[in-house]
Write a protein that binds this ligand. Structure first.
Ligand code: ADP
Length: 272
């Protein structure tokens, strides 16, 4: 609400956010992250690094142990998930099997008490967007995995959210479909101007789709940068190792013995 008074306010802000599930171990450690309106921000990192937990807190299915999450300048820690106006695509967030595609897409609109004529219009638009206009009467079981995934994307977009969260949405697809869907999701993002927070452990996916990538390791963001910068200028051995084998680390050689050399990286870390 106060966003208009605050210039350059981030659309999504994690403000000193911590999360512990057991009251002891922090799986998210003092996370500070601003995401701009319209940005495609990818959380990239190995399994268990805290990415999904961050998305769950943003969606409202988990509560931060410490800190605050703001959406458009408003603290949302106490706002229930369905009142956050966020679209979601999760790998295991399945379509309702007993409903047709059209009924699946109408559901989020019915929950929001949208009028029948508006529902028809929006469902058609969402189906066209993922090029599934002919499939409205099918049930999920009558669709391929890739088609189901398209419908899941359409369902997340059908109520025209400003923010869409995607957690490994392409994980179940084969390589060719993955690449096609990456392109589709990127196209939809660009044409609608929505903000997307995307979680993956797949570096290629992150590099091709994102405006910026936050590389997670063990509950902290190791580096936050554009794909180009991450690729060309990784700030740690972890990021360099994670982003790909063609990477370079920049630093100065500080020691050479018979077999090894030590390199002091620009950002302080020394690797051998
Ligand atoms: P990622 O998405 O990067 O794989 P997660 O956020 O799923 O990471 O997990 C981070 C850590 O939190 C892991 O150690 C995981 O086991 C733990 N964790 C995740 N969800 C729960 C939960 N519901 N209860 C207890 N521990 C959890």
């Amino acid at each position: 609400a106060a966003a208009a008074d605050v210039p350059n306010e981030a659309f999504v802000r994690f403000d000193s956010v911590q999360k512990s599930y057991d009251g002891e171990t922090l799986v998210v450690k003092d996370l500070n992250l601003d995401i701009a309106r319209g940005e495609f921000l990818t959380m990239l990192g190995p399994s268990g690094s805290g990415k999904t937990t961050c998305l769950m807190m943003l969606a409202g299915f988990e509560t931060a142990t410490h800190g605050e999450i703001l959406l458009d300048g408003t603290p949302i820690n106490n706002v229930p998930p369905h009142k956050r106006g966020i679209g979601m695509v999760f790998q295991n967030y399945a379509l309702f099997p007993h409903m047709t595609v059209t009924e699946n897409l109408a559901f989020p609109l019915e929950v929001r008490k949208t009028s029948r004529s508006e529902i028809d219009r929006k469902v058609k638009r969402a189906l066209d967007m993922v090029e599934m206009g002919e499939f409205g009467n099918r049930r999920p079981a009558q669709l391929s995995g890739g088609q189901q995934q398209r419908i899941a994307v359409a369902r997340a977009l059908v109520f025209e959210p400003d923010l869409v969260l995607m957690d490994e949405p392409l994980g179940a697809l084969d390589k060719q479909l993955r690449e096609q869907m990456q392109y589709e999701i990127k196209r939809i993002h660009d044409s609608l101007g929505i903000t997307v927070v995307y979680v993956t452990h797949d570096q290629t996916e992150a590099l091709t789709m994102s405006d910026r990538i936050a590389v997670f390791n063990d509950g902290v963001i190791q580096q936050l940068a554009t794909p180009e910068d991450l690729y060309e200028r990784p700030e740690s051995a972890f990021v360099a190792g994670f982003i790909g084998e063609n990477n370079r680390l920049r630093g100065v050689v500080t020691d050479i013995d018979g077999k090894h050399c030590s390199v002091q990286l620009e950002h302080g870390e020394t690797v051998r």
